[in-house]
Design a protein around this ligand. Sequence first.
Ligand SMILES: NC(=O)c1ccc[n+]([C@@H]2O[C@H](COP(=O)([O-])OP(=O)(O)OC[C@H]3O[C@@H](n4cnc5c(N)ncnc54)[C@H](OP(=O)(O)O)[C@@H]3O)[C@@H](O)[C@H]2O)c1
Length: 307
Amino acid sequence: MTPDQSPLAIDRQDTFLGREIGRLSYGCWRLPGAPQAEVAAKIDAALEIGANLIDTAAVYGFGGDGFGAAEAMLGKLIAERQSLRDDIVLVTKGGITPPLPYNSSAEHLIASCEASLQRLNCDHVDLFLVHRPDNLTGHAAVAEALGELVRSGKARAVGVSNYTLEQTRALQHFLDEPIVATQPEISAWCTETLFNGVLDHAQSASMLPMAWSPLAGGSLATGIAPGGSPDRFPDLIAVIDRIAGDNNSTRDCVALAWLLAHPAGIVPILGTQSPERIRAAAGAFDINMNRRDWYDILEASLGERMP
Ligand SMILES: NC(=O)c1ccc[n+]([C@@H]2O[C@H](COP(=O)([O-])OP(=O)(O)OC[C@H]3O[C@@H](n4cnc5c(N)ncnc54)[C@H](OP(=O)(O)O)[C@@H]3O)[C@@H](O)[C@H]2O)c1
């Protein structure tokens, strides 16, 4: 086998905040809208495949069941089953405050985390993320809030979501605690972080990169192009289908394996509401993807050959 043909290494586990975590994680954005009775089956399916890092946010549920609804659903399960809290690495976010749209003032972030803890029925989260950069709050004020959350024990660690490299560096400048995680959108269709420095910085600063919408909101599984997409989306699906066929697997496993094979140690956040699909996502660890396959996906996504 030439080096070109050897499968890229895909680790199943990583260490984060002194805990073993699965390289796949589970996200609660889409929990509201489905019955509470189904939450346990989704979380159990995630834990079954080692996806013990569970991501949520204060705003999840807004526009449907209401602001805080996703945390409240997960919190109900934690209240019913106290052992669950120790089984998971719990991540939440604050700072999106519809209809403002954002408020990351120190006062608001601290109050947001406290309200999240109440809904989640626990005394701390493992990781608190600033959900989006707020243009009207200086980095020093955000740092003040994050530092206070760690010192008070309400968050074991802190991080950012949807921050550029420069915004992350500016925040870190004012913060004594390390920014341990970043959560941008990353998928075989949304490849910007491969080129804008976010994944490079995550490596040099030992930050965990968590990928939101790893299937581009489902498009990479269904093959239905995201709204407003350029015409090349079917070319990307054709490459993914070819690799799925070679592996006797599925589009979603190939799209997840593409993220898992990146050397930054990307942790895709699964968003499906189907326990069967959550379990099936573990098939991503069995995909044999070589360098040529990986670049075939990137080139199809970009619509051009690498220089
Ligand atoms: N930080 C941020 O700003 C931010 C933003 C968005 C999301 N997130 C996080 O990222 C998580 C994941 O995002 P996401 O839900 O957009 O992820 P995603 O995995 O890209 O999309 C999930 C969607 O794809 C569908 N899907 C998955 N597998 C499928 C399959 N095999 N066939 C057909 N449809 C399939 C799901 O439908 P079914 O349920 O029917 O399977 C669901 O509607 C969220 O829960 C949240 O925790 C963070």
